[in-house]
Ligand binder design. Structure first.
Ligand code: SRM
Ligand code: SF4
Length: 562
């Protein structure tokens, strides 16, 4: 192994590399660009740079044709994503965020699949005031997007381990440890001190060219894998030994994104490379990131995620390089067992006697729906100041840290508004959908605006086969980038074109097995016909307690499509 020469793949750097290098520590020309009131857009280079500030330039795709007809530029606006490691905000912060979203954005807060929130539709003139508002609320957007380490996730449910709170704090620690050192964020948005000269602040991790691609870390605490830990570049599995939280099994190389028609791209679950005591985990994650920085693919962004670097170098070589840099070896991985990854809805009590309640938010969209005014209910809960708020990787929200005697007041608010998860089917409550249209520029098909309707139709099929009380994990994305982790679902729908989806089957309920392509380009009628047939066979032939994904994996011939 020592003879292997570590090098990044050959090839000219992609254009994004030059943009990062000349951005002067992620400043680009954002300050000037956002002062230009003639257009709602910013320059192409700044559209790359602004991602590192937690924002994407987008346009309302529903309005493109109308705008083009009127010879107007597209309806540009910005999506902004918060960096919230572990996904927690106070009641006062939630109130402020709701108000901000109503006044400066679309009014719909989107809980993402990575335990944070996004707002959409912030027009150029409102960007700076919005960033200032975030600062006043004590939250930030630094590195929520871009070729850096993104929001660090941690298992949300405190009942499943007495060490939950200790583990949870590592999400914060890792996020801080891996933050870029540039002061660009305060300079561009918050009137911070200006950089003198062209040399940005030294950054020992990201240097001047940052990472080859986005980078994601999640922590899961067995037996619960609600963060889908193996779909991350680094997955940390917290380990308990003899009643003590001792450290983490470390997995590397998870990722979902693929490209339709390009078989060299693939979804991959992380590979566990060993155990690291908790005191040393910050060194380890830093060095794993640094090895990817040095040897990841910077010429073709389709192959620049860590999963491709790991497979190109080999897991053993990658691990050896990390060990060399961190100055200690990984211990053998410790035993662990995941048994589930769904949220437990309703009220529970944690190990410290605090109460909490997990509420269902369909596709993570916090908005008032007829008969389910979740946004109003959450606002009223926040106004009591009796709870905090935590987002889950399943796009739901928890009211947390509630004293026993305060619970009744919150129960009353929820009951008043009919916020009761028992009204919804298991498949609906466990489903995930990405944003897709109308804001996502990469969407080929609908996801969050369509999945609720499709689920209503699937519910009818399940009732027909007397499966309505069974759990199924269904995930839909509008393209193969995989933002709702569809390859880790029992039933995955991946958008191919408007109204058409590839159907993937056979993942499991714990996120430790990927599904496989079963049929391509199905419209709704074909989806329902296909599922109807499969549900019938499943209902008749499954073994006792066997889940749909396991049954399919065991019995189905995927044929040429797989
Ligand atoms: Fe994602 C790009 C939304 C989680 C893989 N993702 C995008 C963009 C920013 C589109 C773009 O580049 O122009 C989407 C913005 C849509 C919009 O209008 O808001 C977008 N991704 C989302 C969110 C909001 C989906 C959701 O409905 O919750 C999630 C935000 C997470 C967060 O808070 O940080 C989101 N994205 C994911 C996940 C799931 C995860 O991380 O657990 C994945 C799969 C895991 C992975 O990274 O491999 C994911 N998003 C991608 C990719 C494919 C990356 C790749 O390796 O190929 C892209 C496209 C890209 O990077 O080029 C992408
Ligand atoms: Fe957009 Fe595709 Fe991600 Fe959905 S999966 S949000 S369509 S990039």
């Amino acid at each position: 192994m020592s003879d292997i020469k570590l090098t990044p793949p050959a090839g000219a750097p992609s254009p994004v590399e030059a943009i990062k290098l000349k951005s002067k520590g992620l400043r680009g020309t954002l300050a000037e660009g956002f002062e230009n009131a003639i257009t709602g857009a910013v320059s192409a280079d700044d559209q790359t740079v602004i991602k590192f500030h937690g924002s994407y330039q987008q346009d309302d795709r529903d309005r493109r044709a109308e705008r083009e007809l009127k010879k107007l530029e597209w309806a540009y606006s910005y999506m902004i994503r918060l960096r919230l490691p572990g996904g927690e905000v106070s009641a006062q912060q939630w109130l402020g965020l709701t108000k901000l979203c109503n006044e400066n954005a679309s009014g719909v807060i989107k809980i993402t699949t990575r335990q944070t929130i996004q707002i959409h539709g912030v027009v150029k003139a409102k960007m700076k005031p919005t960033m200032e508002w975030f600062r006043d609320l004590g939250v930030d957007t630094i590195a929520a997007c871009g070729d850096v380490n993104r929001n660090v996730m941690a298992g949300a449910d405190p009942t499943l381990s007495i060490f939950h709170e200790d583990v949870f704090r590592f999400a914060q620690g890792i996020s801080e440890h891996l933050l870029p050192k540039t002061n660009a964020f305060t300079e561009v948005w918050l009137d911070g001190e200006k950089l003198t000269g062209d040399e940005p602040e030294p950054d020992p991790l990201y240097l001047k060219h940052y990472l080859p691609r986005k980078f994601k870390i999640a922590i899961a605490t067995p037996p619960h894998n609600d963060t889908d830990v193996f779909t991350n570049d680094i997955g940390l599995i917290s380990i308990e030994e003899n009643g003590k939280f001792t450290g983490f099994n470390v997995s590397i190389g998870g990722g979902m994104g693929t490209t339709h028609g390009n078989p060299e791209t693939y979804a991959r679950l992380g590979t566990v490379i060993g155990f690291v005591p908790k005191e040393k985990i910050l060194d380890t994650v830093w060095q794993i990131v640094a090895v990817q920085r040095d040897f990841g693919n910077r010429s073709d962004r389709k192959f620049s995620r860590l999963k491709y670097t790991v497979d190109r170098l080999g897991v053993d070589v990658y691990r050896a390089e990390v060990e060399k840099r961190q100055g200690f070896t990984f211990q053998d991985a410790k035993p662990y067992n995941f048994i589930e990854r769904v949220d437990h809805y309703g009220w529970q009590e944690d190990h410290n006697g605090k109460h909490f309640c997990t509420l269902f938010v369909e596709s993570g969209r916090v908005m008032d729906l007829p008969g389910y005014p979740i946004k109003t209910a959450l606002k009223e809960c926040a106004e009591t100041d009796l709870c905090q708020f935590r987002f889950t990787g399943n796009q739901n929200i928890m009211l947390t840290h509630i004293e026993k005697e305060d619970r009744v007041a919150l129960e009353h608010i929820l009951a008043k508004h009919g916020i009761d998860h028992t009204r919804f089917s298991n498949i609906r409550k466990d489903a995930l959908a990405c944003v897709a249209l109308n804001t996502c520029g990469l969407a080929l098909a609908e996801a969050q605006r369509y999945l609720p309707d499709l689920i209503s139709k699937i519910e009818v099929l399940l009732a027909k086969h007397k499966l309505e009380n069974d759990p199924f994990s269904i995930r839909m994305t509008g393209c193969p980038n995989g933002c709702a982790r569809p390859w880790a679902a029992e039933i995955g729908f991946i958008g191919k074109a408007l109204g058409q989806y590839n159907l993937y089957l056979g993942g499991n309920s714990t996120g430790t097995r990927l599904n496989r392509l079963y049929k391509e380009s199905l419209d709704e009628k074909e989806i329902l016909q296909t599922l109807d047939g499969l549900f019938e066979v499943y209902a008749k032939n499954r073994s006792n307690g066997e889940r749909f994904g396991d049954f399919i994996h065991r019995t189905l011939d995927f044929g040429a499509a797989a």
